[in-house]
Write a protein that binds this ligand. Structure first.
Ligand SMILES: NC(=O)c1ccc[n+]([C@@H]2O[C@H](COP(=O)([O-])OP(=O)(O)OC[C@H]3O[C@@H](n4cnc5c(N)ncnc54)[C@H](OP(=O)(O)O)[C@@H]3O)[C@@H](O)[C@H]2O)c1
Length: 286
């Protein structure tokens, strides 16, 4: 029987490309998205390539929607082999100027969504005594960046959640956990973030405005100098997702490009994939 995989956020970007790549590599894919009206592009590719992909609704901010997708898969296949927590959304604004609603939203999509999807699959993986949970976090889950503190905080939270969970579910229940940490990816992500957060083209006003302008000028300079090194395509990141899914001994954390590796080096050099850390935590507590 094929390994099955539940992926969140497959309407565009990394989720879309991962769904295609995993299906081409003999996985049964449950490609989920919060808005099925965005499913046409994926449906077209499924048809053209005769891929084993079922599209289901799933909004990571709605627990009933998560439960109903998981229940559907269990009823159909009796198991879930791999969960890919991919859904996420960028958010750039000063903490002072972000509304309460925005702060709750960015945390719900990027952190609570991961926790609730993970919670929904864990009982099945525990009973199966096998499973794999892969989360697309970010270099922003390891290194904080200006005006991105609410997004980075949520991605740090995912890193901390998974780093803790792996210490007791991997040996006992054979549940593997990996965080994939890309740098920039040329997807809808930036446009969505700008559309959601920018007011008159800026993320920061008042006394923050000159610091924000400095930040943007630096971004533009770096981008013009090294766009190709900084930005990957969704396909390139999906390739790393496939490699992690296929690995017998997947890393706790992995960057997806040399740029991302260099960017995080001060945090990761001593233990790039997290193996030593897990060992040390287990030695200390279990
Ligand atoms: N792009 C980057 O520069 C970058 C860098 C590092 C890490 N990442 C991470 O990579 C992952 C994939 O992002 P991407 O670059 O592929 O961006 P993307 O093209 O914007 O895709 C994000 C996906 O998440 C979905 N999503 C948003 N809110 C959701 C919700 N409440 N429930 C379910 N799905 C939801 C979006 O659906 P809709 O189409 O309905 O909005 C979309 O399918 C994210 O976790 C992101 O944080 C991105």
């Amino acid at each position: 029987m094929k390994q099955n995989v539940l992926i969140t956020g497959t309407s565009t970007g990394v989720g879309f490309e991962s769904a295609l790549l995993l299906a081409r590599n003999n996985y049964k894919v449950y490609a989920t998205m919060r808005n099925l009206k965005k499913a046409d592009a994926l449906k077209q590719r499924i048809k053209e390539e005769h891929l084993d992909i079922a599209i289901l609704p799933l909004d990571v901010t709605k627990i009933e929607s998560i439960t109903s997708a998981v229940d559907h898969i269990i009823q159909k296949d009796g198991k879930i082999d791999v969960l890919i927590n991919n859904a996420g959304a960028g958010f750039a604004k000063t903490t002072e100027q972000a509304s309460e609603e925005e702060i709750r939203w960015v945390t719900e999509v990027n952190y609570h969504g991961v926790v609730f999807c993970t919670k929904a699959v864990l009982p099945h993986m525990r009973k199966q005594k096998s499973g794999q949970i892969i989360s697309i976090t970010s270099v922003g889950g390891l290194v904080g960046q200006p005006f991105n503190e609410l997004y980075c905080g949520a991605k740090f939270a995912v890193e901390g959640f998974m780093e803790s969970l792996v210490t007791y579910v991997s040996d006992a229940f054979n549940i593997k956990i990996s965080n994939i940490e890309p740098g920039g990816i040329s997807t809808e992500f930036m446009a969505s973030a700008i559309g959601k957060t920018a007011v008159n083209g800026t993320f920061a006003t008042g006394e923050y405005a000159p610091i924000f302008e400095q930040y943007m000028a630096g971004n533009q300079k770096r981008a013009s100098e090294s766009t190709e090194q900084v930005y990957q395509t969704g396909v390139e990141v999906a390739q790393v997702v496939l490699e992690v899914a296929q690995s017998n001994n997947p890393p706790l954390r992995i960057r997806t490009s040399q740029w991302a590796e260099n960017f995080c080096a001060l945090k990761t050099k001593a233990d790039p994939d997290g193996t030593k850390l897990i060992h040390q935590i287990r030695e200390s507590f279990l």
